[in-house]
Design a protein around this ligand. Structure first.
Ligand SMILES: [Zn+2]
Length: 356
């Protein structure tokens, strides 16, 4: 992108700044990226910017410039924001692998609008309104838009129909920041709130090719993230975490390749060792919840079974013996307890418990 502007202003765009030339009262900025880029990320910003800059060493040991183009009047805020930028990079790299654009730069640019995931030029407009997370400062907007460098810019859905892969998993990355900074309990609380906020008016995936108006519903964020939370519980961290990282790092899913929900399902099913297709179908392709039927069969006995799921699933059940993780299927399992039993108390599933 070659952008000519009045001298004294600064233009930012994707990739690396090649040169700035000045003629009379005009400056020309030459920006270039060598990476494939989505068309909506091809964008420039013009402002009275100052550049704050430092070097960042990635998880794989690559040195990448980290830049923040900040409005002159906010220059004193830049160092702190870059500290948070580094904090978010460490968290995102831990879960999703190395920062994707190491041959260019990690960068954000201050904007009048709230934010957007422009590749190597993240728009930041959250006005330094940090929240506390586990006692540490955290900028949710920066973390979310920046998470899209992995989920949107590096792992890209083929069609709007599969937009949850970008927004849902990126939102799960926000929850991983809660986990890293505030701990597992805080993460669970956050996901419970996310689960309660799901709308279930339309399925997350509404076909193979849909327009943006049909695809862009709230549930692609929260319900998509909650779906990752459900998979994490079903598969266990030891299998789930490397599988999710594989989705973000394997060449077949990244950079010039695009993905659909079926690719994600095949990857996770392969890692799990059993088809997870019924789980993907229920939570992404319908608005139904997991139906769990509980029938008291004796003084201290219960039969717990799944009504609308053709595979066994682990479910936490609290009895008078405490919490147990039990495999439940359509035939059902017998549970004994002198006290009333509780099903999935931590909320790993979007569910309907039918007590009889
Ligand atoms: Zn987003």
């Amino acid at each position: 992108m070659i952008i000519t502007i009045p001298k004294g202003l600064v233009a930012t765009a994707p990739g690396l700044l090649q040169k700035v030339t000045t003629k009379g009262n005009k400056s020309t900025y030459h920006w270039k990226t060598n990476y494939t880029i989505s068309n909506y990320c091809i964008l420039f910003n013009i402002g009275k910017y100052k550049l704050a800059k430092r070097m960042f060493t990635t998880v794989n040991g690559n040195k990448v410039p980290m830049e923040y183009y900040v409005l002159e009047e906010n220059f004193s805020q830049a160092e702190k924001l870059m500290d948070l930028f580094e904090q978010s990079t460490r968290i995102l790299e831990k879960y999703f692998g190395e920062y994707p654009w190491v041959k260019e730069r990690i960068a954000a640019c201050e904007t009048p609008h709230l934010g957007m995931e422009h590749q190597t030029n993240i728009a930041y407009g959250n006005k330094y309104r940090y929240e506390k997370m586990g006692g540490k400062d955290f900028d949710w907007l920066l973390h979310h838009e920046y998470g899209h460098e992995w989920w949107a810019n590096k792992v890209t859905n083929r069609d709007w129909a599969h937009m949850w892969i970008q927004e849902g998993i990126c939102t799960f990355g926000d929850a991983m920041a809660t986990r890293e900074l505030a701990g597992e309990e805080a993460y669970l609380k956050r996901m419970q709130q996310t689960g309660r906020n799901t709308q279930n008016r339309y399925p997350v995936v509404r076909g193979e090719e849909v327009d943006s108006d049909s695809a862009y519903i709230g549930d692609i964020y929260g319900k998509g993230a909650f779906f990752m939370h459900t998979l994490r519980y079903i598969m266990g961290d030891d299998i789930f975490s490397p599988t999710l990282k594989k989705l973000a790092t394997d060449p077949q899913y990244t950079y010039d390749n695009t993905v659909v929900t079926a690719d994600v399902e095949k990857l996770f099913s392969g890692a799990y060792g059993n088809s997870l297709q019924p789980v993907f179908h229920l939570f992404l392709y319908t608005t139904d919840k997991l139906e769990i039927h509980v029938r008291q069969t004796g003084a201290d006995k219960y039969l717990v079974r799944l009504l609308n799921m053709d595979m066994p699933l682990p479910i936490d059940i609290i009895t008078d013996q405490g919490k147990q993780r039990l495999m439940v299927d359509k035939k059902g399992i017998n549970v004994s307890s002198k006290t009333a039993i509780q099903i999935d108390p931590s909320m790993f599933y979007l569910k309907k418990v039918i007590m009889e």
